[in-house]
Design a protein around this ligand. Structure first.
Ligand code: TRP
Length: 336
């Protein structure tokens, strides 16, 4: 008998909003779901990362639970994949400390996301935690010996740091970590703001955003009010008709076709029918998710047990790595 082990991937998402939106789903999270068919997947709700900027504790707890439940509702299967909450596995913080001690100040200071965020926060409010954020991210990945990390283009530099740190540790202390590859998720479907189709869909612009938790009536309203153009001709032309192209992209992504096929289907009819069809497919998509979510959140104690089981499973996977790291770095071990 041959035992086939699937290549392992790790990815993380911050619990920083109440609901996943359609852009998150079609851009990245739908890949998390499909990767389960071909990979050993470890997915993490990164609450330690979420406290690197000012936050409200009750809201963080609520969002962490809800994000976990939403990931299950979209199809991340906790019996097949390891789905867990970062703070439940102490090894993340432990490994981060060790990796921090082999990271240069200058090296960490070159991370563009830190530079951007700390500029926004102002130098007094930007925390040391924000500075070490990418080192914690490296710890997340390296703890599980992940071969691949599905992330968006914006995470490329953090992945480079993870690779550098893995290689450096291995070189100094002996082979310990798998050097991970970035699996940059090509945004097959980049979903734009319904009100401003020149920027990405974002929760910060509610009128232009479709969230998985939105009541169907709100979805219909927002799609109907989506900005298009005045020539009334249905064709897929992202350059000149970005608003319409965005609607066609959403329609295609949820019906399994291409935007051009969707355009052909609705050509000659003006914008009313395509808007109605988009509203229909989005509602048809979110309704069963909301149903599943309602079931998952109906029993909070059961949800917390599910989360804890994910944490135990992750901790067991992380244990050999942190043990090897502590051994190689020269900490006194044993007594067992
Ligand atoms: N920094 C990532 C983001 O903001 C989230 C993240 C934390 C992550 N740890 C990770 C992604 C490990 C991939 C792997 O999107």
């Amino acid at each position: 008998m041959t035992i086939v082990t699937l290549p392992r991937v790790f990815s993380g998402i911050q619990p920083t909003s109440d609901s996943i939106h359609l852009g998150n789903y079609l851009g990245a999270l739908s890949h998390w779901v499909t990767l389960q068919q071909t990979h050993d997947c470890i997915y993490c709700v990164v609450d330690l990362h979420a406290i690197t900027v000012e936050h409200d504790p009750a809201l963080l707890r609520q969002r962490t639970r809800m994000l976990y439940a939403q990931l299950v509702a979209i199809g991340v299967d906790p019996s097949r994949s390891t789905l867990f909450v970062q703070s439940q596995v102490p090894a993340h913080a432990e490994l981060q400390w060790v990796l921090g001690c082999i990271t240069g100040m200058g090296e960490a200071g070159r991370m563009t996301q830190f530079k951007d965020k700390s500029q926004k926060e102002g130098s007094d409010r930007a925390t040391v935690g924000l500075f070490t954020y990418p080192i914690l991210q490296a710890a997340d990945i390296l703890l599980y010996q992940a071969a691949g990390v599905p992330v968006g283009e914006d995470q490329r530099q953090h992945l480079e740091l993870s690779r550098d740190l893995a290689g450096r540790f291995n070189g100094r202390f002996g082979d310990t970590f798998t050097v991970p590859e970035a699996l940059i998720v090509k945004e097959t479907a980049k979903i734009l703001d319904l009100q401003d189709p020149t920027s990405k869909m974002s929760k910060s612009s509610p009128a232009g955003c479709l969230s998985l938790l939105d009541p169907p009536a709100d979805i219909v309203k927002r799609v109907k009010r989506a900005v298009t153009d005045s020539d009334g001709e249905v064709r897929f032309d992202p350059q000149n008709k970005p608003g319409l192209a965005n609607l066609l992209t959403i329609h295609a992504a949820l019906t399994g076709g291409t935007p051009t096929q969707s355009a052909d289907q609705f050509s000659g009819g003006g914008y009313g029918p395509i808007k109605a069809a988009v509203a229909d497919v989005v509602v048809a998509f979110v309704e069963p998710l909301q149903q599943r979510l309602a079931e998952l959140t109906a029993d909070p104690a059961e949800l917390d047990r599910m989360i804890a089981a994910g944490g135990e499973r992750a901790a067991a996977l992380a244990a050999p790595t942190i043990a090897a790291v502590y051994e190689r770095i020269g900490f006194v071990r044993g007594g067992a």
